[in-house]
Design a binder for this molecule. Structure first.
Ligand SMILES: Cc1cc2nc3c(=O)[nH]c(=O)nc-3n(C[C@H](O)[C@H](O)[C@H](O)COP(=O)(O)O)c2cc1C
Length: 411
């Protein structure tokens, strides 16, 4: 029989631990987000459907993206125990410089469309957390503005080699002059992928006021207020080139790009040169032979070729094929710090996050990006400790296996 007593007022008082209420709505919202998936839910509530879907969506049936995420979910970790993990070091070096964490911010176009603080929020938050920021050719903040937002941190520039080569060469020179230390030449976009959500939403840049978008705007007045009271949305690095948005976009993708362009860019760029969008072992080998400093195993977040290889599955073979001189970075599908840790264990030197950062941006501007980075960083640290490792260098393939579901079949 349980012995009972009268409740004692002092004991009740002891249990009553009311937290000071958070009066700042944005802070309250962001503090409640414990995962990137939580940030995505906030982002979806606060962003007009067309802009949210432009970010969240991928090409065709969106299989490349969902498979890449599934592959990360299918990771099984193999921890070691009794290793005193009171202190872990998450820092690394990548493309000739430091990063406090094994991930950086991926290049994304139209970023101010998602939330008007855009690249400035990304670059300043990256700088504050000691990780690199990558500006897209189709960015909505200029090379110089990004440098001003992240003056002491590392800025990288992503290049589309455009039909009018002189535009791309000029951007390359500007990025070098502004002190950007690494150039990402994106090669998985000879033509635009087919983003069906955008077509169905009648997505346009700038967003157009139609009866549909006005109705959609009603529950999201702050987004529109922000949009209408801040500087005009434009391709900041390209604004001096003239032409309409459509013409610019069309000229950004050139189906004739080839290894010859690589040689030209190599000749112009003084820093590290990285090829983004590599999706085969043979291409990785050819690029290593061509003398690039790094490659990004990526299918562009599933936004180009649908049913593309899963970068995480390609990783071990590519790392083996290119050797130590080429630093292999991976993106597509990262939603959790554990995905990052697993990638490092299988030989990636570094990873990039696209949507994970953009969900944070849409959820709360700069503070939302901070939250996204903190969530991922917390997951990286916790996963490393639970695996029993003290540094990224201690992570090894034996820490990770894949559950059967999405293993590529033998050819
Ligand atoms: C909204 C959006 C815009 C993007 N724009 C570019 C771009 O301009 N240039 C580029 O090389 N990659 C671009 N990407 C691809 C990212 O750099 C990165 O490869 C991808 O987002 C990684 O997948 P994740 O979103 O699952 O992290 C874009 C991705 C998104 C989501």
């Amino acid at each position: 029989m349980t012995k009972r007593q009268f409740p004692r007022p002092l004991e009740i008082l002891d249990l009553m631990k009311f937290k000071k209420p958070e009066l700042n709505g944005k802070r309250r919202r962001l503090n409640a987000a414990l995962t990137i998936v939580d940030l995505r839910a906030i982002a979806k509530r606060r962003t007009p459907t067309a802009a949210f879907d432009y970010t969240d969506g991928a090409a065709e049936g969106e299989l490349s993206l969902s498979r890449a995420r599934q592959a990360f979910e299918d990771i099984e970790f193999h921890p070691r125990v009794l290793r005193d993990v009171s202190a872990v070091d998450t820092s690394t070096t990548i493309f000739g410089g430091p990063s406090a964490l094994p991930f950086g911010i991926a290049p994304t176009g139209f970023t101010r469309l998602m939330q008007t603080e855009g690249e400035i929020a990304g670059a300043s938050s990256a700088g504050a957390h000691g990780i690199p920021f990558t500006l897209s050719t189709l960015g909505t903040s200029s090379i110089e503005a990004v440098k001003a937002a992240n003056p002491d941190g590392r800025n990288w520039f992503q290049l589309y080699v455009m039909r009018d080569r002189e535009i791309s060469y000029e951007l390359t020179r500007r990025a070098a002059a502004a002190g950007f230390d690494t150039l990402f030449f994106t090669v998985d976009t000879p033509v635009a992928g087919s983003r069906l959500r955008d077509k169905r939403n009648g997505f346009s840049i700038p967003p157009q006021l139609t009866p549909g978008t006005i109705l959609n705007a009603l529950p999201r007045p702050w987004w529109w207020w922000d949009f209408l009271t801040t500087p005009k949305l434009e391709f900041a690095s390209l604004s001096s080139t003239g032409g309409t948005v459509g013409a610019l976009l069309d000229s950004a993708m050139d189906p004739t790009i080839s290894f010859k362009d690589l040689d030209v860019i190599r000749g112009m760029w003084p820093g590290k040169l990285v090829i983004k969008g590599v999706q085969s072992v043979d291409d990785a080998k050819a690029l290593a032979k061509a003398g690039v400093d790094g490659i990004v195993l990526s299918n562009h977040g599933g936004r180009q070729l649908d049913r593309a290889p899963i970068p995480f599955h390609l990783l071990p073979d590519v790392v083996k094929a290119v050797g130590a001189d080429v630093e292999v970075t991976l993106d597509t599908g990262i939603m959790n710090g554990a995905d990052i840790v697993a990638s490092i264990a299988l030989g990636a030197r570094f990873t990039l996050v696209g949507r994970a950062y953009l969900y944070g941006l849409m959820a709360g501007g700069r503070a939302g990006v901070d939250r996204a980075i903190e969530i991922l960083a917390g997951e990286v640290v916790r996963t490393m400790k639970l695996l029993g490792v003290h540094s990224l260098a201690e992570l090894e393939p034996a820490h990770v296996t894949q559950l059967e579901r999405l293993i590529p079949r033998a050819r």
